[in-house]
Design a protein around this ligand. Structure first.
Ligand code: SF4
Length: 375
């Protein structure tokens, strides 16, 4: 099967948020020019090796909309080797202050079909705490402008922040017409400014936010189709579904990952170096996957989704039968109402979704390795 999904990492942001541990930085003109030139080279090489057409393309970061028009034009021109932007879906991550109606038209003319907007909150005190540059009114106006432009739109909302009225945030987002909302808890990653300041997240607040999110968004017709993602049916992110279904994809840009067929038959993961090494042309790190890696990754990503994991398909591709290799784990999870098994389709219940990390830790601690787990 040709690889037909591509992720492009753009590491530049208008400001650096104090909770963020992604590979990102403020832009400098010289650096941005070198980035675009190197990216064009990398995209041409990937297109030559893998061909096209692309089905899904995702420009993430960082803040891709922080690239200037001429830079974005150059990036999209470099996709010519794939036959242009993706046929099904081309997503651009965008900061609310980086576009207006005219720019939205330009995005669409480049081939962008979907905008993912980093709104995070509609409340000024929450946005100030998160170090965002926009205020609530500017953020909502940006979402409205994007929706009126005819692009498909995702809105990112952050939860579990002390002093936030989450119901108000989510209600405002659906009131302006959002049909896809990604909702992430604030997490305090090591070495970030928030970690150094001793910011903490209240676990009870976090658990309440998970339930409240599903309730408020379901009222507006958006169902949780992945642990953090909610959409009106048909509006799901096709690109992200490739990740969650264990599909193959290419990655371009600093720190971008690829998941490709090959290796010992179970696939290979490649990870590009961060900006400095990537600009030098240093090669990606390669990780040849084993059957055990694939089984764990499929459970980690598949159980995040409402469609779950097809254990028959997993056994066909890895030789690993979860019912044998992890029988005790499976029985425990079924007995505690964390997972359900219909035929051989394994899905997480709402209770299981809320405790997914613990469910997966228990799998890792108790499973038999692949070589001993064939049915
Ligand atoms: S805009 Fe996004 S990628 Fe950039 S610093 Fe903030 S959270 Fe990180």
């Amino acid at each position: 099967m040709p690889v037909s999904s591509l992720y492009v990492h753009v590491p530049f942001c208008p400001s650096v948020c104090p909770y963020c541990d992604f590979h990102k930085m403020l832009r400098h003109e010289g650096l941005a020019a070198r980035y675009v030139a190197r990216l064009a080279q990398e995209l041409a090489a990937l297109a030559e090796e893998h061909g096209g057409p692309l089905e899904t393309l995702y420009l993430g970061g960082g803040t891709p909309s922080h690239l200037r028009d001429d830079e974005l034009e150059r990036v999209f021109a470099a996709l010519a080797g794939f036959g242009g932007p993706a046929r099904l879906e081309t997503t651009l991550e965008a900061d609310p202050l980086t576009f207006d109606a005219e720019r939205l038209t330009r995005f669409a003319s480049l081939g962008v079909t979907r905008l993912s907007i980093g709104l995070q909150s509609t409340q000024d005190h929450v946005l100030a705490f998160l170090g965002r540059l926009h205020d609530g009114a500017q953020g909502l106006a940006a979402v409205e402008a994007a929706l009126s432009s005819g692009l498909r739109v995702n809105v990112d909302v952050m939860t579990s922040i002390a002093g936030q009225d989450l119901e108000l945030d989510l209600s405002r987002v659906v009131a302006v017409g959002a049909r896809h909302v990604s909702v992430y808890s604030l997490t305090v990653e090591p070495h970030t400014p928030f970690a150094l300041r001793g910011v903490t997240v209240d676990e009870d607040l976090d658990a309440a936010a998970f339930d409240l999110t599903a309730t408020v968004l379901a009222r507006a017709g958006l169902r949780r189709y992945e642990v953090s993602n909610h959409a009106v049916p048909g509006e799901e992110s096709r690109h992200n579904l490739v990740y969650w279904r264990g599909g193959h994809y290419l990655g371009a840009g600093p720190s971008a990952s690829s998941h490709l067929p090959g290796g010992d038959g179970f696939g290979v993961r490649l990870k590009n170096p961060p900006l400095k090494g990537w600009l030098r042309g240093d090669p990606p790190e390669a990780d040849v996957l084993t059957a055990d890696d694939v089984v764990l990754e499929r459970l980690m990503t598949g159980l995040r989704t409402v469609e779950g994991v097809d254990l028959a398909g997993l056994e066909a591709s890895t030789g690993y039968a979860v019912e044998y290799g992890a029988a005790r784990w499976l029985d425990d999870c079924l007995a505690h109402g964390l997972l359900t098994l219909e035929g051989r389709r394994l899905t997480a219940t709402p209770a299981g979704l809320a405790r997914l990390d613990a469910v997966l830790r228990a799998f890792v601690a108790t499973r038999a390795p692949a070589a001993t787990a064939a049915a």
